[in-house]
Design a binder for this molecule. Structure first.
Ligand code: SAM
Length: 265
């Protein structure tokens, strides 16, 4: 594999969430340090590769549902990750070309690649904000330059709240974001659990936390459901991402990532 030359501000001495995730999804925007940790974890629990792909497909089905069926035209995608196939704006604008999408991530390499996310249709708009989820006010302020926050917005927080280990802080961030948007807005997320693989999932978290740039916690499905307090949870509820409105026939094998979609009443 031809190695990318790291740009300024890119630390290749420690593995980064966005880059390991990119490696597991089959991308090229990662460094030896990321592949080393990625491979170590895959060696312990090969199902992680399926979890990464299944989570991404969940994101795509959710965004399609929100744009094509729920009529949402404004999205704030926090914890975007490195650009890949079918980024949020591509899925949303396929359903509704006028959709506007604001991407948010705190990883310097995602910032470096952000231009691949700024490929909006002429009718719509995309923007990128380099920011931390722990500062929701700044995110809302930045998003208001592209979106009309007096009209419904969908927040997609896919695989990011698990990097806010404190439950109260994580719940408060979601409440703050949703307090800024009107009734008819949506919140969608998934996070890691240990329901399927038990202690094996717990062990990979230990490896991740010893090696990576951001501490990860697994939450129970009940704790994940706590993010949806006060929202109308859409069918089929808070479920393994593989079980959220699958578009292939048959009973899917669950993965250790649970998520769902809620509507602000
Ligand atoms: C597991 S990846 C998920 C990427 C994408 N949402 C997906 O589902 O495929 C988590 C992303 O969240 C970002 N992230 C983690 N903690 C963050 C924080 N506190 N603020 C902003 N972004 C964060 C990481 O840089 C990474 O790109």
């Amino acid at each position: 594999m031809s190695e990318q030359r790291p740009g300024p501000g890119i630390d290749t001495s420690v593995s980064h969430v966005a880059r390991i995730w990119n490696y597991w999804l089959g991308g090229k925007d990662n460094y030896p340090v990321d592949r080393e940790v990625g491979d170590q974890i895959l060696g312990m629990l090969p199902d992680v590769a399926r979890l990464a792909r299944a989570s991404r497909l969940f994101l795509n089905r959710v965004v399609w549902h929100l744009a094509a069926e729920a009529g949402i035209r404004q999205f704030i995608d926090i914890g975007t990750g490195l650009p890949t196939v079918d980024n949020t704006h591509e899925v949303a604008q396929r359903a509704a070309p006028e959709s506007r999408i604001v991407y948010v991530d705190n990883d310097p390499l995602v910032l470096e690649h952000a231009k691949s996310l700024l490929t909006s249709t002429p009718e719509g708009r995309t923007a990128y904000i380099h920011a931390d989820l722990r500062e929701p006010d700044g995110i809302l302020e930045g998003a208001a330059e592209t979106l009309d926050l007096s009209r419904p917005v969908a927040f997609t927080l896919m695989g990011i709240l698990e990097f806010i280990p404190d439950d109260d802080e994580a719940y408060a961030i979601v409440r703050r974001l949703l307090s800024a948007v009107p009734s008819g807005s949506y919140f969608a997320m998934y996070d890691g659990t240990n329901v399927v693989h038990g202690a094996a999932s717990d062990r990979i978290v230990e490896v991740w936390n010893a090696a990576g740039n951001a501490e990860l916690v697994l939450r129970t499905p009940e704790q994940i459901a706590g993010f949806f307090e006060g929202l109308e949870i859409e069918e089929p509820g808070i479920v393994p991402v593989t079980h959220w409105r699958p578009d292939t026939p048959g009973e899917p094998e669950p993965v250790d990532a649970y998520g769902g979609v809620g509507r602000k009443p």
